[in-house]
Write a protein that binds this ligand. Sequence first.
Ligand code: GYE
Length: 332
Amino acid sequence: MLKRISALILAGATALTMAGCSGGGDGDSSASNGSSGGGDDKIVMGFSQVGAESGWRTANTKSVQESAKEAGIDLKFSDAQQKQENQIKAIRSYIQQKVDVIAFSPVVESGWDTVLKEAQNAKIPVILTDRAVDSKDTSLYKTFLGSDFVEEGKKAGQWLVDQYKDSKDTVNIVELQGTTGSAPANDRKAGFGEIISADPKFKVIASQSGDFTRAKGKEVMEAFLKSNPKIDVLYAHNDDMGLGAIEAIEGAGKVPGKDIKIITVDAVHDGMQALADGKINYIVECSPLLGPQLMDLAKKVVKGEQVPPRVVTEETTFTQEQAKEALPNRKY
Ligand code: GYE
């Protein structure tokens, strides 16, 4: 944006100063692709990523970085290592640098109003990507691009209902939740709960956060197995936790996919492989390839064009047979 050129030159100086002294834990906030400032009218986007907690996140980061390059957008990327304070720091630094647009994937839903207000006062548009915030004032951001996590939870629940439709026995379920307070953890739990609560034979006997990571998924599943002699089903809010739990189940001498049925969300490559191998029974897809749509929205928002307040990603589900077919062409 031409009117921002002088601001950008100034911002360049600020960014250099900041890169020298900010340091502290908020990842690489100066990693910028392509030329910066220099008199062209490239859009500058400040992007604050959640972290690198899962295969999904790695694919999402790659999608954002590659799409920025393709769209000719100068991307300033920072990794918050799953900490809200780091995201707030990164957003404040983007405001100071006077970027043209800020995009971020909020690690948790609450606690964003103050920093979003600061961006609004600085007239920098904000796009939420992947995860939502619970701010009442929706004018604090232009749009929210991402999946419908409640719907994903419902699809997981519906598979279970269909699987056990001919049985009257109690079905003991353990749940590995995503990061506490995050939109996907809240919504995937709620959607699943809504569907299975229609039949009292479904009992969630344990439910705990595994923080969306493989290591935590394994650790929490080991604890579940110790304290619950009869587990029929594991519902994990992402593939990575499910994959960690498979190690725990095998370590306890049980057969994942048979002794304990497993449902996960994401459909990243390793999850799909485990599904094709019979260790997972069903995966609800959640696409991390948000980059191209994000860059389109950013261009429109910077031009001051109207964009829809909510853009929902299209997704499907996979059985073991479908995973075998889909695997060779999977992009992530
Ligand atoms: O499902 C999980 C990741 O926010 C949709 O975050 C994303 C979730 C994804 O860590 O694997």
